[in-house]
Design a protein around this ligand. Structure first.
Ligand SMILES: Cc1cc2nc3c(=O)[nH]c(=O)nc-3n(C[C@H](O)[C@H](O)[C@H](O)COP(=O)(O)O)c2cc1C
Length: 336
């Protein structure tokens, strides 16, 4: 079966790419992912916060060495600046690149411009085949407009694009008021792809301890629908690689995303839950589906149910919402 897929200028043997997660931290697990069929891998993110706090720590160490007693400086050798988060990340890229045949996509996670984007260049030099930029930000300040947030992301991408010579893709949240327009701006600023959608982790309230705490729930298959709609709307309208992330647990989920227009399908929660072997199961399912379908390759099937290709594109728009809500009738037999 011809499952070849193209993503960010890379030719991949199939569309299944594990997205950023702790699974890429361990070399053996990464090898297993490759053995079970992953066609590329996105690394866990290098977080801006980690680099910033490390920088502050280094500055503190240096100033203690400059101003402290000679005795104290013996306890704080410069050697303790080595093995930084960034160094470890660069080293891990090199290790993954030398152990795996598949492309390795590095991931930067941050939103500010103060210099940390230069590290993107180092990731490329360490051998990453592409770079995913995750702009996870919660617009919690009511004085900041959507336009300002968008401008900040575009500025960040532009700066990165200037220093990095590998393809950059942007992992987006679903909370943009005109997603297509924003994606067009990303394209103009140098993005080669977008990944839809970043999963936001919601805080929860414990009503007994009266505390707010973050929660992490793995996704479910139903979660694919949000990304699927937008992939369907964007397919054929932008000249960008489209990655689907969020809720892909089965071959059926992956096929839906491809029919809507995804170039590749990311998997994360399902692998955290069932392990790397599960990749093979999804891959076999996609092959069987293709075998039974009227298509000879995945490329032929890609986007056939996108907004542009459909006889009834209203299914992606408001019309279906109105029909659904007004046509819904509750199951009265289950009422008590
Ligand atoms: C435990 C865990 C760790 C993750 N780490 C990262 C990360 O470092 N960077 C990132 O961009 N996304 C990260 N993600 C998000 C996933 O890559 C993925 O986009 C998201 O979970 C939706 O896909 P899924 O439904 O297949 O899980 C993480 C997700 C989980 C559950």
């Amino acid at each position: 079966m011809d499952l070849r897929s193209h993503y960010l200028g890379l030719e991949l043997k199939n569309p299944l790419v594990p997205s950023a997660s702790p699974l890429s931290r361990d070399l053996d697990t990464a090898r297993q992912l490759e053995d079970y069929g992953a066609s590329a891998i996105v690394m866990y993110s290098l977080f801006e916060e980690a680099l910033h706090s490390e920088h502050e720590h280094q500055m503190r160490l240096l100033s203690q060495q400059e101003h402290g007693h000679s005795e104290a400086s013996n306890y704080l050798p410069l050697g303790s600046l080595e093995g930084s988060e960034l160094d470890n990340y660069l080293e891990h890229i090199r290790r993954l690149k030398s152990s795996l045949e598949i492309p390795v996509i590095a991931s930067l996670n941050g939103i500010s411009l103060d210099g940390w984007v230069d590290n993107g260049k180092l990731l490329a030099e360490a051998g990453a085949d592409a770079l995913e930029l995750n702009v996870y930000n919660v617009a919690a300040d009511p004085m900041v407009s959507g336009a300002e947030m968008e401008a900040q992301y575009i500025a960040l991408l532009r700066e990165l694009h200037q220093v990095v010579d590998i393809p950059i893709t942007v992992k987006l949240s679903p909370y943009f008021s005109s997603l297509g327009h924003f994606v067009k701006q990303l394209e103009a600023a140098g993005a080669k792809g977008v990944s839809l959608f970043n999963r936001f982790y919601q805080p929860d309230i414990d009503v007994d301890s009266l505390r707010v705490s973050p929660t992490l729930h793995l996704s479910r298959s139903d979660d694919v629908l949000l990304g699927m709609r937008w992939l369907g709307i964007l397919h054929g309208r932008v000249d960008l690689s489209l990655a689907a992330t969020g809720g892909i647990h089965t071959d059926e989920d992956a096929v839906k995303m491809i029919l809507a227009g995804a170039d590749i399908t990311h998997v994360c929660s399902v692998l955290l839950r069932h392990g790397p072997r599960h990749l093979r199961r999804i891959l076999n399912g996609i092959s069987h589906w293709l075998d039974d379908s009227p298509y000879e390759s995945l490329d032929q099937a890609r986007g056939v149910l996108s907004h542009r290709q459909m006889d009834n594109p209203a299914a992606y728009e408001r019309a279906s919402y109105v029909e659904l809500l007004s046509g819904y009738s509750p199951n009265r037999s289950s009422w008590r």
